[in-house]
Design a protein around this ligand. Structure first.
Ligand SMILES: [Zn+2]
Ligand SMILES: [Zn+2]
Ligand SMILES: [Zn+2]
Ligand SMILES: [Zn+2]
Length: 244
């Protein structure tokens, strides 16, 4: 078995830095760690510079998971770790929370279930209206703008508007739904800011890695150590490459 490092390919392109080429009885394969979780990968096709080499699970996160989700490997199996969309607490799950859906930790989930099953009082709203506002409740505040923009005047116009004060910047907002806890409601801007802070406040055991994007030079904090820190990409350059 021969092992070589960084041999130029026949077409002149270069293997990704750190890739190990293994020749075994005339068959060639390439070894390198998953960029996100570090799991050793064995590839048939030569990974070249600019490729994003992810294991199956991390690729799945990149495709349909939330950007904050990380893969936690443990002896032959794995879990996902994702911050709760409401309280920011990290929650471990065996399933991958979808990017398109709100993810709540067990505590917040229990709370919201209790609220949804609580009897509807005095309000005088008809059941149809109530159902719509319940489903809208599951939007993270950050998604509020989107739902306001997409309004279809007919039915939506009939719904009562709720005037809510942002608990952070004190700005008033008109919402089509009643927030779960008006006292702690945040406008999309403040909510986004708080999420950012939460992300950087993670306990010490969390990996935070500052990189300078190899493409555009922007600095960014990753929640994992990239396999090739000096060639790491920021999330937008990473996304661009993925789209190709
Ligand atoms: Zn991985
Ligand atoms: Zn929570
Ligand atoms: Zn605000
Ligand atoms: Zn970049």
């Amino acid at each position: 078995m021969k092992v070589r490092i960084r041999k130029p390919l026949a077409d002149g392109r270069h293997l990704k830095k750190g890739v190990i080429t293994v020749e075994n009885e005339g068959r060639v394969y390439y070894r390198l760690p998953c960029e996100a979780c570090g799991k050793p990968l064995k590839l048939r096709n030569a990974p070249v510079e600019g490729d994003n080499s992810l294991c199956k699970e991390c690729q799945n996160i990149a495709d349909i998971g939330k950007p904050e989700t990380i893969l936690v490997r443990k002896r032959g199996s794995y879990d996902y770790e994702t911050p709760c969309d409401q309280c920011g607490k990290l929650e471990r799950t065996s399933f991958l929370p979808k990017r398109s859906r709100e993810f709540l930790c067990n505590d917040c989930l229990r709370e919201s279930r209790q609220e949804q099953t609580a009897p509807v009082k005095q309000s005088g709203e008809n059941p149809a209206t109530e159902a719509t506002s319940t489903s809208e409740k599951t939007h993270a505040p950050g998604e509020v703008n989107a739902s306001l923009e997409m309004e279809t005047p007919s039915r939506e116009a009939l719904q009562p508007m709720h005037r809510v004060k942002c608990s952070k910047c004190r700005k008033y907002m008109q919402l089509r739904f009643k927030p779960r806890s008006p006292g702690t409601f945040m406008c999309p801007k403040c909510y986004e800011k708080r999420q950012e802070e939460r992300r950087s406040e993670k306990p010490e055991t969390k990996i935070l890695y500052n990189i300078e994007c190899d493409k555009c030079g922007k600095s960014e904090t990753l929640n994992f150590i990239p396999s090739y820190p000096d060639r790491a990409l920021c999330s937008s350059c990473f996304a661009k490459i993925k789209r190709r």
